[in-house]
Ligand binder design. Structure first.
Ligand code: ADP
Ligand code: ZN
Length: 723
């Protein structure tokens, strides 16, 4: 017999399937060790055949088979092929999505521990053997216990004595490393409201595959998801539940743990390698039936899927930013079709693409217009910052926000202050000559961080010494402008000296549980004000928060991106949704320099359909997605000449394509990327707007053909970020 094996090496040169002779213990999907170029490396068996396609004497045997169930299920093979051809990546790169790196690199092993197992509870013991009797009594209730813990409780001697008598045996067994985090105390399902029950009924009764739940913040979407998962588990099926950044939502995790206990496995970047390995195997072995995690959990090794749920479906983290640059919703649609199961997308602010599909009848649409218990959505107060400046207020806080903060604190409630810039100040400039401090490796300005008194690059993490004088002209007048989170905290401390303030951004959440600790403190009311970036916008449910301040609501409006209006609307709605979720009504103060902007007007009125109707008309009139596909062919290289050469070749090929299919192109041009250099790599792009996705396969081909050792070419479809 011969095994077709894909070896796990990154280079595309070895993106081939190799044949090895094998015995019948080698099965499709198995992980094996094979000889390759003088080494023994890991591979995965893609198929078994009776005949070899090479002369048999040239074929080497499989070195050994891992003693474990096949890592890949049949669905993986189908999906790997689709991903490999759709996104033009080697099969080995597609394979990597399905097996955790811990496993492929062979660095992590199963953990084993010694367990004491009760064999003969009725054995006769001498009266003096009190400890031994206690152990038997203890084991009688739990059957078995880990040896070190038991020895600590009762003494190793007593355990050994029982083992000698045959009353217990000591066994070495596989032990799961359980991810940290606590379960919520209440796992009982809530009695569904009529709106929730209606939503579930509509989903169950519809014959569509994809269901979009458009429910305002606090409308109880989570309970709907949990209910659907529970139903599928009761039917003997499995489920995948995706959230944008699982590690940022400890409350969601706690709820899932409390409800589903060991049936849920959590996959996220905050886990240790060992934990991830064990959680993955729990899913693969069938012990766990629910995979919970961020984007990559869509590749969970589950068979017999009953439901896939994608919460906050509009979130940009669902588009992968490294190869393969897949869209999670696309993969989910494939898996749903393969398994004949339901795909449920949920959001308070669905993406324009998804909502269009729902209106066009491709998706089933479920609308939840009200919060649970008819709680009001928070009132949004607009603060016109132009007037503040005229009045001589040059701080980051409007009079309205200061006043609301004061009454919130006086009433013993909590507040969240949101702004999208971390650090202390955004730009550091010489007042004498206009010099602006920039990163040596990236084409971006540096941010001043007061805590470690240094300048940092937010794109590559490089640190620079703070300037005492201008490196260009030697001038001593250095100006800091643009407020960041650190500065806001400093200012708040002056305004409200007795308030306890926490900050949450990329600088404060270092370490495995960094964000978890901050959120826990805030939830435990150890602080009154939480200041943070985007991270605090997502999904949190803090009952005592009655005020949300949005310091720079129009920041994201001015990005040169067709999605900037949509993003701003989503962000305001999401952040505002953190306020007034429990008993007391909430308020939001939204600070802006352009209060008449239509996006802000729709957002403050919670008018999603108004926003959508308007946005869709703009997209239709200007030919932007979903009425076209934006396609960016990126070229990056450390050597600018190589980048330009590859860019030119790729552009010529794209022009030829345009000559062949002129009707498909709305726009074609080549240019510098908006950020010209990141981490020492020059960035150029061919930017295209296409009538449809018809030519994408050919554009992927162009990228593959023009990629060289020194210049990388790749394609992005409707990129979430055009910088
Ligand atoms: P969403 O995900 O739509 O923003 P959540 O699922 O967080 O909303 O629900 C908002 C709040 O309502 C939560 O505090 C939740 O515990 C509560 N809740 C949800 N469903 C019910 C229900 N059926 N009965 C009582 N409270 C509920
Ligand atoms: Zn940099």
């Amino acid at each position: 017999m011969y095994a077709k094996v894909i070896v796990d090496i990154a280079h595309s040169q070895v993106d081939r399937i190799f044949e090895y002779s094998c015995t019948d213990d080698v099965k499709v999907g198995c992980r094996v060790k094979v000889p390759f170029g003088g080494r023994i490396i890991d591979g995965f068996v893609m198929g078994i055949s009776q005949n070899a396609s090479f002369p048999a004497e040239k074929i080497k045997p499989v070195a050994s088979v891992y003693n474990e169930p096949p890592a890949l299920v049949p669905e993986c093979f189908a999906l790997m092929e689709r991903i490999s051809s759709r996104y033009r990546v080697p099969m080995a790169a597609a394979l990597r999505l399905f097996v955790p790196s811990e496993m492929r690199l062979g660095k992590v092993r199963e953990a084993y521990a010694s367990f004491v197992v009760l064999k003969d509870p009725a054995i006769a013991l001498p009266k003096s053997a009190k400890k031994q009797a206690e152990i038997l009594g203890f084991l009688n209730t739990c059957g078995e216990y880990e040896l070190p813990a038991l020895a600590e409780k009762f003494g190793r001697g007593a355990v050994n004595a029982l083992a000698e008598k045959g009353a217990v045996v000591i066994e070495k067994r596989r032990k799961n490393r359980n991810p940290a985090g606590e379960a919520g105390n209440d796992g009982t399902p809530k009695a569904l409201t009529p709106a929730q029950a209606g939503a579930i009924e509509k989903i169950e009764g519809s014959d569509k595959t994809v269901h979009l739940i458009h429910g305002v913040t606090g409308s109880g979407k989570t309970e709907i998801y949990l209910n659907i998962i529970a139903r599928e588990i009761a039917r003997g099926k499995t489920a995948i539940f995706l959230v944008p950044e699982i590690s940022l939502t400890p409350q969601m995790l706690a709820q899932l743990r409390a409800r589903f206990k060991g049936e849920a496995a959590i996959l996220h970047s905050g886990l240790s390698a060992g934990e991830r390995f064990d959680e993955w195997w729990r899913l693969r072995s069938g012990e766990a039936k629910i995979a919970v995690g961020a984007r990559s959990a869509i590749f969970a090794p589950l068979e017999n899927l009953g439901a896939i749920i994608i919460d906050e479906e509009h979130d940009s983290s669902y588009i992968s930013e490294s190869a393969p640059r897949y869209s999670t919703v696309d993969i989910a649609e494939w898996r749903a079709a393969y398994n004949g199961c339901k795909l449920i997308l949920g959001s308070a602010t669905p993406s324009v693409e998804s909502y269009s599909k729902a209106l066009d009848g491709e998706y089933d649409l479920i609308t939840l217009p009200e919060r649970i218990n008819k709680r009001p959505l928070p009132e949004i107060i607009i603060a016109d910052m132009r007037k503040e400046v005229k009045r001589g207020n040059n701080t980051a806080f409007s009079a309205a926000l200061r006043e609301q903060l004061k009454s919130t604190l006086d009433n013993g409630n909590q507040a969240i202050i949101f702004l999208n810039r971390r650090g202390y100040s955004q730009t550091v400039m010489c007042r004498d000559c206009g010099y602006v401090a920039k990163c040596e490796h990236c084409d971006v300005t540096l941010t001043y961080h007061s805590e470690d008194n240094c300048l940092k690059c937010h794109y590559c993490g490089a640190r620079y010494k703070m300037l005492s004088a201008c490196p260009e002209c030697g001038g001593k007048h250095i100006r800091y402008s643009g407020t960041g989170t650190q500065r806001v905290v400093a200012d708040l401390k002056e305004l409200f000296p007795s308030a306890r303030i926490l900050r949450m951004d990329n600088d404060t959440v270092s370490g495995k549980d960094g964000h978890y600790k901050i959120l826990k403190k805030f939830a435990g009311r150890e602080a009154d004000i939480l200041v943070g970036t985007q991270m605090i916008a997502k999904g949190h449910d803090f009952p005592s928060v009655t005020l949300v301040g949005i310091l720079d609501a129009d920041m994201s409006l001015h990005f040169a991106d067709y999605r900037s209006g949509e993003r701003t609307f989503q962000l305001i709605t999401q952040v505002a949704g953190r306020s007034g979720r429990a008993g007391s009504p909430g308020k939001v103060v939204l600070q802006t320099y352009c209060p008449e902007n239509y996006i802000l007007r729709y957002a403050t009125a919670y008018d999603y359909t108004g926003f959508f109707g308007n946005e869709r008309e703009i997209r239709r009139a200007t030919n932007f997605p979903p009425y076209s596909v934006i396609c960016r062919l990126m070229v990056t290289s450390e050597d600018e000449k190589n980048a330009l050469a590859a860019l030119k070749e790729a552009y010529v090929s794209c022009e030829k394509l345009k000559e062949r299919c002129p009707g498909e192109f709305i726009f074609l041009n080549r240019m510098h990327s908006p950020i010209k250099r990141i981490q020492g790599k020059y960035r150029y792009q061919v930017l295209m707007r296409l009538k449809s996705g018809k030519l994408l396969p050919e554009i992927y081909d162009i990228a593959v053909q023009n990629s060289t050792q020194s210049a990388l070419c790749y394609v992005e479809e409707n990129p979430g970020n055009l910088s």
